[in-house]
Design a protein around this ligand. Structure first.
Ligand SMILES: CC(C)(COP(=O)(O)OP(=O)(O)OC[C@H]1O[C@@H](n2cnc3c(N)ncnc32)[C@H](O)[C@@H]1OP(=O)(O)O)[C@@H](O)C(=O)NCCC(=O)NCCS
Length: 200
């Protein structure tokens, strides 16, 4: 395992029954601001404003009221350990290049995520949270969503491996601003993949 020694009382990987999700509230923004400024996270949030004003402007309930993006906290034994968001391709014109990769606007969600504390990373928590979130939140709460995508930086081994371990597969590589991104996809069990007729 890659992570620092586990915090007292932890076992790894966590039993999925110990995981839960709840919506991010304004009371969580101090915690989120701290997480987003941790060096192991901020390096993957290049270009994002992670100042306090930037976090308020992007994640506060006032700033997200008219936005379909859903922000959640991942909980382990009831305690927040990570943030994970779910967005909808139909509402994200900036992501329309995914349409050329086989994703369909009407049934695709995207996810982004982080584990807040460095000592919680590298013990299987990210894999378990992603897998549980896709099943219990993305698919369970959105009957029209059949595919989930994410596009980690190729250099972010922990991120794309966590996705693979959570049932995603790579469907493309993209280049942008000198970096390479792996576009990863997981389909709802039993869904027919758009354009392929393939039953997943
Ligand atoms: C990405 C992240 C959520 C993964 O969660 P995690 O709990 O650390 O990952 P896991 O312990 O579940 O490990 C997933 C895989 O990555 C590997 N891995 C974990 N940490 C690693 C590291 N530092 N370097 C290389 N590989 C690593 C694990 O061995 C595992 O691979 P395996 O299935 O082949 O054994 C977490 O590391 C994180 O929050 N990182 C900072 C923020 C971030 O990068 N977010 C994603 C942006 S796209």
């Amino acid at each position: 395992m890659f992570g620092d020694p586990l915090p007292a009382g932890w076992t790894a990987p966590p039993d999925p029954d110990r995981l839960a999700f709840r919506r991010l509230t304004d009371d969580d923004l101090v915690l989120l601001h701290r997480w987003l400024n941790e060096p192991g996270i901020v390096r993957w949030w290049e270009g994002d404003d992670v100042s306090w004003d930037g976090v308020l402007g992007r994640y506060s309930t006032a700033s997200t009221a008219d936005d379909s993006v859903e922000h959640h906290l991942g909980l382990l034994d009831g305690e927040p350990v990570g943030w994970i968001q779910c967005w909808f391709l139909a509402d994200e014109p900036d992501m329309e290049d995914w349409l050329g990769l086989g994703f369909a606007a009407h049934d695709t969600a995207g996810i982004d995520y982080l584990i807040g504390s460095v000592e919680h990373r590298g013990h299987g928590l990210g894999t378990a949270l992603i897998a549980a979130f896709v099943e219990r939140v993305v698919f369970a709460e959105h009957a029209w969503i059949d595919a989930v995508g994410s596009d980690p930086d190729s250099d972010n081994h922990a991120s794309w491996r966590a996705l693979e371990s959570a049932g995603f597969r790579q469907v493309a590589q993209q280049q942008a601003e000198g970096r390479t991104y792996r576009v990863m996809r997981r389909d709802r069990a039993g869904a027919v993949e758009a354009g392929t007729g393939r039953l997943t």
